[in-house]
Design a protein around this ligand. Sequence first.
Ligand SMILES: *Cc1c(COP(=O)(O)O)cnc(C)c1O
Length: 406
Amino acid sequence: MIPALMPTYNRADLAFERGEGAWLWTADGRRFLDFGAGIATSSLGHHHPHLTAAIVEQATQVLHVSNLYRVPQAERLAARLVETSFADSAFFCNSGAEANEGMVKAMRKAMAETGRPERYRMICFEGAFHGRTLAMLSATGNAKYLAGFGPPVDGFDHVPFGNMNAVRAAITDRTAGIMIEPVQGEGGVRPAEARFLQELRATCDEFGLLLGLDEVQTGMGRTGRLWAHQWAGIEPDVISSAKGIAGGVPMGAILAKEHVAKHLKPGTHGTTFGGGPLACAAANAVLDVILAPGFLDGVQRVAALLWQALEGLATRHAGIVEGVRGQGLLVGLKLAPAVTNGDLQNAAVAEGLLTVAAGENVLRLAPPLVIGEAEVRDAAERLDRALTRCAQAAQHRQAQQRQAAQ
Ligand SMILES: *Cc1c(COP(=O)(O)O)cnc(C)c1O
């Protein structure tokens, strides 16, 4: 019989009862170091006192009023995001997929309203992940996710990640813009080179296209800057955000330059829940922490330590680890075919460490942004033991295969 909770996930048999900082506890008292952060979402870790207090306080006042009224928490959040970024205006919604849908709608609308309605297509990239709605499945373009869900939504063209010639060749008189993750998260923690992002910006300017960045996973401090595109020194026309933006409370956002945002006039786009008092109070509390002087410098320092530790592990386990990649606190261990990321993930759980798998046989680490040196060392030791387990199991399998072949 089907479980009452629809079985859309292969879940680990773990249920967490409470958390504190980078740690989670099961009801039977087992403790886990959380280097997955609920897929790069629990940006301040668990039970962060400032975030918890903001949520509790807002809950005692008002949870929801709808966008038929002014929401001061949303006005304040938007003003802070605008003040600290390339953007002139923000729209709030509830998830990453919804933010990306809004971003694509905004790009198409801007084209239509400036006399180019035939320009509705987005150039997207192989290995992308933009979410699970019907249109974002098409933007993602992964055949496995699309299978069985009917004809793909029209308007998304895919080219190899990082290939500028392919991008230029894909531009037609129907193209509205380019949509890219600064670091492909689900696709295998693959960073775009700064130079590639700069060339995309220049190409958009050359052809009158819009550059939309999916910063759902890379934004809000994850890479050590508030937004990952800052590392490339470029200004996009529009970006999407979600995951860590409200520290675990569901929220998404579109941030845009005025020349894009101004076309989403009253009645053109909407949401019942988006930008409500509770989520915005949480996001403001997250911003209090992330924008505090020195915080992002601290993220960069702790990320450098984590990278150093992981490079060390890659050297020590060179037989099964092919490399370390990503940016800041979004890091992937690329594994040799002899070990699957699922094997390593399970071995890490056995060592009390939570991680997330990603494409291309990569194990993804995305710890809370508030971790310290001690947690990095602890995680590296656990990962070292997990890698040793996997290397031994792989050797054992290979020995058995050799025997069977004889
Ligand atoms: C997780 C993710 C999404 C989808 O976000 P949801 O909140 O699950 O809809 C979209 N884009 C990127 C880059 C993501 O990492």
